[in-house]
Design a protein around this ligand. Structure first.
Ligand SMILES: [Zn+2]
Length: 259
């Protein structure tokens, strides 16, 4: 991509943002890698170097439960110590300017909220909280991870003594119905869906930009690599997210000043 072509793409991207009356941003692991959080699907990621604990095992087998907590206490540090990057901050800026309505994320790291995004839809839940599977009691993940490390045992619910787990969707665990309904309802109004840092391979994220599709809807993709759905998008930019969003934002600013 030469610089003249990329400038045209940034400008076109910005004009889609300015013209849309309801824009939804969908984010994947790629936005968090720029905050130093490894993509768990990558060759060095959590899934490649640890055995995957499935939800039914977690429920039935105390050893699997311990292994889950051991892994979580390691990965917890990776995001607990990380901070939002320019990608997260640009989305917040666009939300404040009324250019983005809602963020839907596959990420469990809570960095959008930390950057200032409100009402984020977390389709895979959040690793910032730990919840009781029986009564719904929940607590800050930091507190519970410290408790696991101090006692070298899976922490139990303070209220009912039940099994606790990070408030994320595990392998083999059903997606949260309320969250998915919220996603579907949100997309009903979407005129523009911007997919950022997601390979658009894993469901349900891969289909989200086209849920409740309409003739007006445009889909824009920014990702470091090609995605599985590039051929269905109206505009695709392959590049680093922080740099690309910063460039697009310059054109957004320019377009807004011209209005
Ligand atoms: Zn409980």
């Amino acid at each position: 991509m030469n610089s003249e072509n990329s400038t045209d793409l940034y400008r076109l991207f910005a004009s889609h943002i300015c013209e849309s009356k309801f824009t939804v941003v969908l984010t994947g692991a790629g936005i968090s890698t720029e905050s130093g959080i490894p993509d768990f699907r990558s060759p060095n990621g959590v899934w490649a170097t640890n055995r995957q604990v499935y939800f039914d095992e977690f429920l039935s087998d105390p050893e699997a439960r311990y292994e889950y907590w051991r892994q979580k206490s390691v990965s917890h540090r990776e995001f607990a110590d990380s901070i939002p990057n320019v990608g997260h901050r640009t989305i917040v800026k666009w939300q404040k300017q009324g250019l983005v309505e809602r963020v839907i994320t596959q990420n469990i790291d809570g960095l959008h909220q930390q950057a200032g995004s409100e009402d984020v839809i977390e389709i895979h839940g959040t690793a910032r909280r730990v919840a009781c599977l029986s009564c719904g009691w929940n607590e800050d993940a930091e507190v519970m991870v410290q408790r696991f490390l101090a006692n070298d045992a899976c922490p139990k619910c303070d209220e009912c003594g039940g099994i606790t787990k990070h408030a994320t969707i595990s392998f083999g665990q059903q997606l949260n119905e309320t969250v998915m309904q919220d996603t579907i309802d949100t997309l009903r109004k979407a005129e523009l869906v911007i997919a950022l840092g997601t390979s658009l391979v894993v469901e349900p994220a891969a289909s989200i930009p086209w849920i409740n599709n309409s003739a007006r809807r445009k889909v824009a993709i920014v990702n470091r690599e090609e995605t599985g759905k590039d051929h269905l998008a109206d505009i695709v930019i392959n590049g680093e997210l922080g740099v690309t969003l910063t460039e697009i934002d310059k054109h957004v600013e320019h377009a807004m000043m011209a209005d």
